[in-house]
Structure formats: C-alpha cells, structure tokens
Design a protein around this ligand. Structure first.
Ligand code: LMR
Length: 348
C-alpha cells in the first residue's frame, strides 16, 4: 500500500514539474477584473489604465488579470455605469459628467465653467478632504470611489470660428450627460446635444451636431480635427475622472489583493496626473501640425466676455450640485467665492 502511495506522490510531482498547466489546476485561477473605458489607449486615462494593469498583475503574481477595454469596445458611456452596478464589469474611470443620470449630482460641480484655472487649484480639491468626501459618497450607490485621474482643460471646436458668446448662438454642441453642461451651453445661446463619446466623430462628420467641447487629448485621439475647421483654446472647463469599482466585488476580494490593487491604482493615479498636461499640450501641437483645424487663441477681452457669459451658471446650478459642496470647493481653491457673481453683477 505504502509503495502505491509513494508511486502516486512521485507521479504527481513528476506531472507538476513537467507541465505547469497542471500547476494552474492546483493554483487558483486568476481573478478577472474587467476595466472598461471610452477613450483610446493613447490618452492620460488610457495610459494610466494600462499601467494599473501591468502593476497589479505583476505584484499579484498573476492572481488577478486586468482586462482593459478601451474606446467603448465593451460598453459605451451610459451602459458602462449600469453594467458596473450589475457587476458585469468590475472597474471603470468615467468622467465627472457621467454620474448625474445615476442621481449622483455632486460630481457635476466639476463641470462648472472656470471652476479651476490650473491643475494646482484642481488638486487642492481632488487630493484634499473635499475630494475624499466626494469619493466616499459613492458607497451609497454600491460603488467604491478609488481615485481621481486627471485629463485636462476643455476647448471648443466647430466648423465656424467661435470667439464671442454671440458666435455660439444656435450652434448644436455635443455635451456629456450633465445638467451643468446643459446650462453652460444654453448660457451661450447654443443647443446642447447629449451623446455618447463614441458617437461624436460621426455626428460631427454628418452635421448632426455643429460643435464639440473637450480636452485637446480627446479631440486629437478621436480625430475630431479631421471633421472640425476651428478649435478655440477657451479652457472654459475641466474633464477629469473617478476610478471606481463595484463595491460588492471590491469587498469580496482577499484583503492582501485589495491592498495590491489600491497601491497599483495610487501609482497609476500619480502617473495620470504627471502626464495629463503634457499629453494635452502635445495634442494641441499635433493638431496644429496636421494643419486641418485653425487654432483660435482668444484675446483677453474675448476670454473676459466668455467668462462673463458662463460664470452665472455657478449660481444657477448650485442647488443641484450642493451649495455647501460648492462653497467648500471655492474655499479649497481660495479663488471663486468672490468672483462667482449673482446673475447681474459685472465680471472683474
Ligand atoms: C466625454 O464623454 O466627452 C469624455 O468624458 C470622455 C472621456 O472619458 O474622457
């Protein structure tokens, strides 16, 4: 009997060394994390997602496999948040503007025009107590808020030159699903059209919409410069992201694995924030070099009149995003509380 036992021990160890596949049978199959997003891999978010994948897989010795699905290849904008809540995708990094349809209006505060005038101001919120509190409120919706990732400041594109508020009158502008962006567009006398990011190129090409607002990196990587004659460097608002996970899935992970993932996300966040400005500056240079889109630099007077037209949106939408939250963002950046006028006041 003993002889048979030692023979089978010998046999199995033989098998183990000869074909590692057998080992996999022995080891746990990797936990698969689907990470869906809507931009290309050549963007701050796309590159950060790939770095997160590399770090998490390396550090977990293959206990997790991160499947990144860029460019809406798995889910489009609206679908991806529903899919996360259903658990058919485990992680996302949607922009702040995508949470409103789920009833999470606070993140639309980030859509307010001219809320931030630099990455430094932004980071006082996203890397400070205000940002941390905003991440925590996602738990009530079955979501874990893990980190903020930067992208950049938005510009307008159109097939007519946009310099003054009057130029926007009657233009159909594609926006993300945010009430703040809806109000911003109407404040310019333009017509807001909510549309999935993946549908923008074709909608601009066919004239379903006249114009678009986004970061240079998104404008360039979605080839918008091929279908828009003008780009106005307005920097009138900001696009950034919240890295999120399905709460049930996240809480079900072994704690050491959660720690590895959290550390990998933290490093990918630093990376995203590090490269964001350069990615956007490089995109403007690349669009200029393509020579198909005229880049419009606004005069100080034109910037002032655009700001004057848009700042009242703060007052208009403070009820929706939360007056206290808005005041705490103003306090964190130390700038706008005095500047954001009641509708009638003049802009300095
Ligand atoms: C958009 O829909 O315009 C952006 O949020 C896309 C993105 O994720 O940057």
């Amino acid at each position: 009997m003993k002889a048979i036992a030692s023979a089978s021990v010998l046999a199995s160890s033989l098998v183990l060394t000869l074909c590692p596949v057998a080992q996999v049978g022995a080891q746990q199959a990797p936990i698969v994390i689907k990470f869906s997003h809507v931009v290309t891999s050549e963007t701050p978010k796309g590159r950060a997602a790939e770095l997160f994948k590399k770090l998490a897989e390396q550090r977990s010795n293959g206990r997790v496999r991160i499947e990144v699905y860029p460019n809406s290849t798995l889910f489009k904008d609206k679908e991806e948040l529903e899919a996360l809540q259903l658990g058919s995708v485990q992680m996302l990094a949607p922009s702040f503007s995508k949470f409103g349809p789920m009833g999470i209006n606070q993140f639309e505060a980030f859509d307010l025009p001219y809320l931030f005038e630099s990455y430094d101001e932004l980071h006082k919120v996203t890397r400070g107590p205000v940002g941390a509190a905003m991440l925590r409120l996602l738990r009530d919706h079955g979501i874990v808020g893990l980190a903020f990732w930067d992208n950049g400041f938005k510009d307008f594109t159109d097939n007519k030159p946009l310099r003054t508020p009057g130029d926007f009158r009657g233009q159909k502008i594609r926006i993300q699903s945010s009430k703040v962006l809806d109000a911003q567009t109407r404040a310019l006398g333009a017509i807001p059209q909510v549309m999935a990011f993946s549908e923008v190129y074709q909608a601009l090409q066919t004239g379903v919409v006249d114009g678009f607002e986004n970061t240079p990196s998104n404008i360039y990587t979605q080839k918008v410069h091929e279908v828009q004659k003008y780009m106005t460097l307005s920097e009138h608002g900001y696009i950034g992201y919240v890295v999120i996970a399905n709460a049930k899935f996240w809480d079900s992970l072994p704690s050491d694995l959660r720690a590895i993932l959290a550390q990998s996300i933290a490093e990918a966040s630093d990376f995203a924030d590090e490269i964001a400005k350069k990615e956007n500056d490089d995109a403007i240079a690349a669009i200029r070099k393509k020579g198909r889109t005229e880049i419009i630099e606004l005069t100080a007077e034109e910037k002032r009149s655009l700001k004057q037209a848009l700042l009242p949106v703060h007052h208009q939408l403070e009820g929706r995003v939360g007056r206290d939250l808005l005041q705490s963002i103003y306090a964190a950046t130390g700038r706008l509380a005095a500047e954001s006028p009641a509708p009638s006041a003049a802009v300095r």
